[in-house]
Design a protein around this ligand. Structure first.
Ligand SMILES: Cc1ncc(COP(=O)(O)O)c(C=O)c1O
Length: 445
């Protein structure tokens, strides 16, 4: 079944060097080699263009991860890169700020329902920390009710002080090492879809809870009435509602999940896809909540960087011009049909699930341990066939018919191998790597 010539020897050698010098090997958890099929999946890229990545071993891959979300137009997009080159020529940052920073704020206000004023940052987690700071500052209340993943900062990881709470929102097994113990009880999770639990928390901590921060949606359509219910509760209990649109932003609609669902939060956070691969993030929101931020100490040198701003302006312009959400919708329908057809042909209980513009792939009816083996085998067999495709994925505008065709062919073969492994009880033998890691504790040792 092996594809002749597929080897990632050089990737593995560089990885050995990295282990000596870079704790954890990569900066983003999702890029850690242990999260993929270690030994078969590529680790180090030589270059990327459109929806294709070439690794340091000379292998070529159709990539469906889009840089784990930031790439929305395609790698090395000509329009964005030209805007960046032009900006480099005029200086990336200076003692003064640029008119473009105001233009970008105006563009975001035009596109995003909750936006009346805008602040910038460079990363998603950082921008979430700013939004939480603003909400705490405006309300004078410390407790944060949250749902979903919001980055690496103390305010969020504090949830795991005094007992694990992040298992369902981030990863199981995270120890809040280095997070001040005095933050215990300041970050309280609620489950997506559970309005009763949220209301219980709001009642219990009335006068103490400053905000609700949540991912409005990922792949799945929100349960009917859920977001509207959260909005009503936030208003009734006088807490600031923050939508973290770092992953949902710009894919289902240019105005984010809030435009798609018609529910408008008080503050929102955008990052990743906002600038097609150049560091950039934005906190946007209603004037009454954003204006007080001018009196809070929220300040950093590179937040005025013009490269990210130029990239974001060009990205937003191109997303509108190429009608990206409609394209993803169409692409997603095609993708779904191909994945479902492959599953049916191979007799595997798998399907493409979630909204068309941002779907995932689900393998059904499996125990967690078996599922982990199946996910790893899927990644392994796809990689061997020149496709980077885990069960969670992000579309970009460079995904085209050729990418779809190559992927369908690879997925058919991967599904056939998985089916064989399941029927014969031989997943172990088919895996050429340890199962994909999901326990953080084991990854950091
Ligand atoms: C919803 C959400 N919030 C926050 C973050 C953190 O963003 P960053 O990795 O840019 O700090 C992510 C990253 O995946 C995310 O998906």
């Amino acid at each position: 079944m092996k594809t002749a010539g597929h080897a990632v020897q050089r990737s593995l050698e560089i990885c050995e060097r990295a282990k000596q010098r870079i704790p954890g090997v990569t900066q983003l958890l999702s890029r850690r080699p242990t999260r993929a099929a270690l030994g078969v999946s590529p680790i180090y890229a030589e270059r990327a263009k459109g929806c294709v990545i070439w690794d340091v071993d000379g292998n070529e891959y159709v990539d469906w991860m889009s840089g784990v979300g930031p790439i929305i137009l395609g790698y090395a997009d000509e329009a964005v890169d030209e805007a960046v080159r032009e900006q480099i020529g005029r200086g990336s940052i200076s003692t003064l700020v640029s008119e473009q920073s105001v233009e970008l704020a105006e563009a975001l206000v035009r596109l995003i329902p909750s936006a009346e004023m805008v602040r910038y940052a460079k990363g998603g987690g950082e921008a979430c920390a700013i939004a939480v700071r603003i909400a705490r500052g405006v309300t004078g209340r410390d407790k944060v009710l949250f749902c979903g993943y919001h980055g690496w900062h103390d305010w969020y990881l504090a949830a795991n002080l005094g007992g694990e709470k992040l298992g369902e929102h981030l990863l199981p097994g995270i120890e809040p090492i280095g997070v001040p113990r005095c933050l215990e009880g300041t970050a309280l999770p609620f489950n997506y879809g559970d309005l009763n639990l949220l209301e219980d928390l709001l009642k219990k901590f009335e006068g103490q809870a400053g905000c609700i921060i949540m991912e409005p949606m990922r792949s799945a359509e929100p349960p009917p009435g859920f977001l509207k219910g959260v909005r009503d509760l936030a208003t009734r209990y006088g807490v600031v509602l923050i939508f973290d649109e770092v992953s949902s932003g710009f894919r289902v609609a240019l105005g984010g999940a809030q435009e798609y669902t018609g529910v408008t939060p008080d503050l929102s956070v955008f990052a990743k896809a906002i600038s097609n691969g150049y560091p950039m993030a934005a906190v946007v929101g209603r004037r009454e909540f954003m204006e007080p931020a001018s009196r809070m100490f929220i300040s950093s040198a590179y937040w005025d960087d013009n490269i990210g701003i130029a990239a974001a302006l060009a990205t937003l312009r191109e997303l509108e011009r190429r009608q990206a959400p409609a394209y993803f919708e169409k692409l997603g329908e095609d993708f779904r049909q191909r994945i479902d057809r492959a599953a049916l042909a191979m007799g595997l209980d798998a399907a493409c699930t979630g909204v068309a513009a941002h779907p995932g792939i689900s393998f059904r009816g499996l125990e967690p341990a078996t599922l982990r083996q199946v996910h790893t085998l899927f990644i392994q067999e796809n990689a061997r066939r020149g496709v980077i495709l885990p069960p969670g994925l992000f579309f970009n505008c460079a995904h085209d018919q050729t990418a779809l065709e190559r992927t369908e062919e690879a997925v058919r073969q991967s599904f056939a191998i998985i089916k064989e492994g399941l029927v014969r009880g031989e997943l172990d033998q088919l895996l050429e790597c340890p199962p994909q890691e999901d326990l953080f504790r084991r990854m950091v040792t």
